[in-house]
Design a protein around this ligand. Structure first.
Ligand code: ADP
Ligand code: ADP
Length: 230
């Protein structure tokens, strides 16, 4: 699904150059559940931004679904992103002025889906995730765990093939964090590819593969964790 070759990313601010990603070679197969770990500043968010087509590499190749992305226009990237990728963030990133229902509906509106289709899909996912009774509430009226459940619904509503999660449990108590991890495992079983940044060793264990970064490079890559445990 994802193939990086000699991928580098640099930022230039005034006379200072920072290179948070240094000549990465990295693949993700469809169906992988990858946890990305590493100290603050090692390049995890930059990596997620490039994988999620929010940014482009300075150098090297990034193929997503067998297509080269590094030379595409913003508008093309945005279209591919909306069709294929769902995001989950540490801070939930819900819109406070919109209800739970409206927050979840938003990606479908952006995609120009018809009203009856939107209603059907939002209603179904609210039921499935057990928050239908919260549909007309606003994010601030919910607990952190419930807000993240809404954010997961919003990420899933477009049926993305790839979910990118940036410390999805970082702001949650341990019970809510575990619940989010179980949801991710369930989605992965249903065929969704997942890449998740986490600082939690415990939550990384839910993944089938753990990669560790240091100073813009991968320093380890352990796969088949589930079967090793089993
Ligand atoms: P992590 O997510 O692992 O904490 P980041 O990817 O956020 O690391 O950052 C890696 C490095 O890149 C840091 O040194 C950071 O300051 C730098 N960096 C990230 N984004 C930018 C930017 N937009 N402009 C300049 N430097 C940046
Ligand atoms: P969760 O199981 O989703 O983590 P909590 O255990 O944190 O939820 O919350 C317990 C109950 O208190 C929930 O029913 C939640 O909706 C409610 N609650 C938490 N915070 C608020 C709030 N700010 N306003 C209204 N209800 C709240």
């Amino acid at each position: 699904m994802i193939k990086m070759q000699n991928l580098s990313k640099s930022y230039f601010t005034e006379d200072l150059e920072t290179t948070p990603l240094k000549s990465l070679n990295f693949n993700i197969e469809a169906g992988d559940f990858v946890a990305v770990m590493g100290p603050s500043g090692c390049g995890k968010s930059t990596l997620l931004n490039i994988v999620g087509l929010l940014d482009i590499p300075t150098d090297g190749s990034y193929e997503f679904l067998s297509e080269e992305m590094s030379n595409k226009q913003q508008s093309q990237l945005s279209k591919i992103r909306k069709q294929n990728i769902g995001f989950i963030f540490q801070s939930f990133n819900l819109i406070d002025e919109l209800t739970v229902y409206e927050n979840i509906e938003l990606p479908l509106l952006y995609r120009g889906e018809a009203a009856d289709q939107r209603k059907l899909k939002v209603t179904q996912i609210l039921e499935k995730m057990g928050i239908a009774h919260r549909a007309s509430h606003y994010p601030k009226q919910l607990s952190g765990g419930q807000q993240q459940r809404v954010a997961v619904c919003r990420a899933l509503i477009t049926e993305p093939s790839l979910i990118l999660a940036d410390e999805p449990t970082g702001n949650l108590d341990s019970a809510s964090g575990e619940e989010v991890m179980n949801t991710l495992v369930e989605l992965n079983k249903q065929g969704c590819t997942i890449m998740m940044v986490t600082h939690s060793d415990e939550h990384a264990k839910y993944a089938s593969r753990i990669v560790r970064m240091l100073d813009g490079q991968f320093v380890s890559d352990e796969a088949d964790l589930q079967s090793k445990i089993a």
